[in-house]
Design a binder for this molecule. Structure first.
Ligand SMILES: C[S@@+](CC[C@H](N)C(=O)[O-])C[C@H]1O[C@@H](n2cnc3c(N)ncnc32)[C@H](O)[C@@H]1O
Length: 510
């Protein structure tokens, strides 16, 4: 539903919403709410559910009923009473959990204190509807950010939050309605499913929301709650690589050798017990958690794992929780390698596996890794080399339609990857000495069930997204998936294997 259409009954509400997102008063309101300790966080609120006594739970539900405005609101199209209820309930739950400092069961008395604080704050700040507005911004930012990363989500995934809010059993039906009403989400109907995607206007709102959350201090606060530090969130999010939900499984299944090569890389980088280690571009924690970097270094040492993708870090964080919660010597940090939020010589070594080809400025990333490593310490990385997807397409005919588009419209387009020797040159240019390079290769086996999405959304093709209008991209992806089925059923595993060349590079800080 487009807001700009004349005569659209939601036009006014859309404009109100859009104006609110650009208003300093909104940022100020958000800041005041944080200062007053009134918070909203989907992660906190879903964790609170199990901690309340039955009386406290009942009491909070009754409080919500008392706060919801049943009479017409200034934004009748935006905030239905269902939406208001969910919002106020989540605000109360997050706030009471935060106030309880995780001490165990939350009593009726604690719920009562929190409820009166929330009421008092609402009364002094424009009423409960203002709180609903806060909720709408925070939760929309979470949804839109997921859509910006995934390009689209099925209706089911969107509503259940399977991909972007896996910690919660919440129901996002109202959130979807809200996004559709304000003309920022749209539905694309495919054969068997409906896909939700973010239109231009939604993308614009996402940027405004990110700016609001950063300016008001909310983003910092929220990320602290999730035990990750927050740096340079905004630009990193929007230029992020796409990440399918079963990233680890797909990666290891398609490129089986990557596990052994990651271990070899750890040997090569020389990380060991007691060291202060920085991992950049850590992704989901494959190297630090699954393949033993933390085991090699902890408990005497310390690991800081950083990545600019909140999505990746959330996966990392979820894994960590399954491993028994926090590891005090392991910190997650939201940061781009080009701008590391650490002091000079803060680490014994800085390492990163296959992140450099994604960095917007690889030279700066290497300089930053060098800066934060102490004299005598090692900087090490592994990169994949540039590979020409045109050659791949001769090999995999089902990729032809995509390459046709690229060839016609963007003849100078370059696929991701670095040239052989380029990383070593960057290392030397950053002042590193004793630079050593070791080539290796990893066979990638095209897998019917996983490859299309995974390949299209990663490596060489991640850059292609930006070239195509999103509708064209969606149709193309669908066509490729259909063609791929034929391809997979008529070829052998060997015929579906292609080899990607890599380099390990290490240098020492003089
Ligand atoms: C192919 S994944 C590799 C993840 C992880 N190192 C592994 O081996 O599983 C690439 C990672 O680089 C990250 N990345 C993208 N741009 C980056 C940048 N400018 N600085 C640091 N990391 C970046 C992505 O978010 C993603 O997690």
């Amino acid at each position: 539903m487009a807001c700009s259409a004349l005569g659209n009954p939601f036009l006014k509400a859309c404009e109100v919403w859009h104006d609110l997102l650009g208003s300093p008063a909104t940022a100020d309101f958000m800041r005041r709410s944080l200062d007053a300790g009134v918070v909203m966080d989907t992660w906190l609120s879903s964790h609170c559910q199990g901690s309340l006594t039955p009386e406290a739970r009942r009491f909070l539900l009754d409080t919500v009923e008392g706060l919801v405005l049943h009479e017409p609101t200034p934004f009748p199209f935006l905030f239905t009473s269902g939406f208001q209820k969910v919002a106020l309930h989540r605000i109360l739950l997050s706030t009471v959990l935060r106030n309880s400092e995780n001490k165990g069961e939350i009593s009726l008395a604690e719920a009562q204190t929190t409820a009166s604080e929330v009421r008092a704050f609402a009364a002094a700040n424009g009423g409960p509807l203002q709180l609903v507005l806060l909720y709408a911004i925070l939760v929309s930012q979470e949804n839109y950010q997921a859509l910006a990363q995934h390009r689209h989500l099925t209706r089911r995934d969107f509503i259940l939050g399977t991909r972007h809010r896996p910690w919660s059993d919440s129901f996002g039906g109202e959130e979807l309605e809200f996004g559709l009403k304000v003309g920022e989400l749209e539905i694309f109907a495919a054969v068997n499913d409906q896909h939700i995607y973010l239109n231009r206007r939604g993308l614009d709102s996402l940027q405004r929301m990110e700016a609001l959350l950063a300016a008001s201090g909310w983003k910092n606060w929220q990320v602290e709650q999730q035990n990750i530090s927050y740096i340079e969130h905004v630009d990193a999010q929007l230029t992020d690589t796409q990440a399918p939900v079963d990233y680890d499984v797909s990666y290891h299944r398609i490129a089986t050798a990557v596990a052994a090569e990651t271990t070899r890389f750890l040997d090569f980088s020389g990380v060991g017990p007691g060291m202060q280690v920085l991992e950049v571009g850590c992704g989901t924690g494959r190297m630090t958690l699954d393949l033993g970097l933390a085991d090699r270094v902890l408990p005497e040492g310390r690991v800081v794992a950083s990545d600019p993708s909140l999505w990746m870090l959330r996966k990392f964080h979820d894994k960590l929780r399954k491993w028994g919660g926090r590891l005090p010597q392991l910190t997650l940090s939201l940061a781009r390698a080009e701008n590391l939020p650490f002091g000079d010589a803060a680490f014994d070594t800085a390492v990163g596996f296959t992140f450099l080809p994604y960095a917007a400025d690889p030279a700066r990333a290497v300089r930053e890794m060098t800066r934060v490593t102490r004299p005598g310490g090692a900087v090490a990385t592994a990169v994949f080399l540039k590979w020409d997807a045109r050659a791949l397409a001769a090999f995999h005919p089902w990729l032809q339609p995509l390459l046709e588009i690229i060839r016609t419209h963007h003849p100078s387009f370059e696929f991701a990857g670095l040239d052989a020797g380029e990383t070593a040159d960057l290392f030397r240019a950053a002042g590193l000495v004793d630079v050593v390079t070791a080539p290796f290769s990893i066979p990638w086996v095209v897998d019917a069930s996983r490859l299309t999405r995974f390949t299209m959304e990663m490596t060489a093709f991640s850059k292609v997204h930006d070239l195509l209008p999103s509708v064209e991209w969606r149709f193309l992806l669908k066509k490729l998936e259909e063609d791929a089925k034929t391809f997979f059923s008529t070829t052998s595993r060997e015929e579906r294997t292609f080899t990607v060349d890599y380099e390990r590079v290490r240098g020492m800080v003089p």
